[in-house]
Design a binder for this molecule. Structure first.
Ligand SMILES: NC(=O)c1ccc[n+]([C@@H]2O[C@H](COP(=O)([O-])OP(=O)(O)OC[C@H]3O[C@@H](n4cnc5c(N)ncnc54)[C@H](OP(=O)(O)O)[C@@H]3O)[C@@H](O)[C@H]2O)c1
Length: 226
């Protein structure tokens, strides 16, 4: 199918490469070709099946609005916009399109989320908890979308909101730690991404899954179906 990838940065360029390897026809747009989502017209997107966004927190809402106007399905990998989820959900339903988003498209992180949910029982047994996240110095949002998603999962499971500590150093791809501490012992759960490849493959598989579907989807609820 034809996939339009928004963002030719570190992740977007790898997403385009993986999509080509999986046999898709791929077009890419960077900010100079698409200021404020202006390139996302129904005519321009006529033969595009799905759009994939790996841009910036400033650009992503304009791109979602453009896809809604053009009635095109969209996979959103960009983080830093989740305060707008209720508005975007309405936009997606009103436009009758499909949107699938994730703070993290890697299968490993989504398994880590499920382990974290189970491990949150520690907070009912005299443990305190903390979240640490480390990323490269160019990352534009903090805390990371993955850390925020992890905090939400722990909160839903335990009723307790954990503190997140963010570090920005070197070229760290993405490291997330969930630590539970008691007087007797400490439990460390850690996911350490070695490359962006896991995100890119998950995002392309998500686009294949989303083609032809309508609705607002969270990757953590559907990744087992891919
Ligand atoms: N969900 C996941 O699995 C996952 C994984 C990795 C990253 N992410 C998220 O994905 C986003 C991108 O990360 P990254 O590391 O790839 O960042 P990056 O290297 O900075 O790439 C972002 C790219 O988007 C471009 N851009 C900005 N506005 C645009 C627009 N309107 N249309 C098209 N392109 C536009 C930027 O151009 P300029 O450089 O010219 O501004 C830049 O090339 C971040 O929010 C990050 O947190 C998510």
């Amino acid at each position: 199918m034809k996939i339009l990838v928004l963002g030719r940065g570190k992740t977007g360029s790898l997403v385009a490469e993986v999509a080509r390897q999986r046999g898709h026809e791929v077009e890419g747009l960077d900010i100079v070709d698409n200021p404020n989502g202006s390139a996302l017209t129904a005519v321009r997107l006529a033969d595009t099946a799905v759009v994939i966004d790996f841009t910036t927190p400033d650009a992503v809402l304009g791109n979602i609005e453009g896809c809604a106007r053009a009635r095109k399905n969209l996979v959103v990998g960009t983080t830093g916009w989740y305060g707008e989820i209720p508005r975007v959900q309405k936009l997606v339903h009103d436009a009758g399109i499909g949107l699938l988003y994730a703070a993290n498209f890697s299968v490993g992180v989504n398994l880590f989320f499920e382990i974290a949910k189970t491990a949150s029982a520690a907070l009912r047994h005299d443990y305190s908890g903390q979240i640490f996240e480390r990323h490269h110095i160019h990352k534009k949002d903090a805390p990371s979308g993955t850390a925020v998603a992890l905090r939400q999962i722990v909160q839903n499971a335990s009723g307790k909101e954990l503190e997140i500590t963010s570090f920005r150093e070197g070229d760290v791809v993405g490291l997330h730690e969930l630590v539970f501490d008691s007087a007797a012992d400490k439990i460390y759960l850690c996911h350490d991404a070695k490359s962006r490849r896991g995100f890119a493959e998950g995002a392309v598989r998500a686009a294949e899954w989303l083609a032809g579907k309508k609705g607002f989807f969270d990757f953590k609820d559907v990744w087992r179906e891919l």
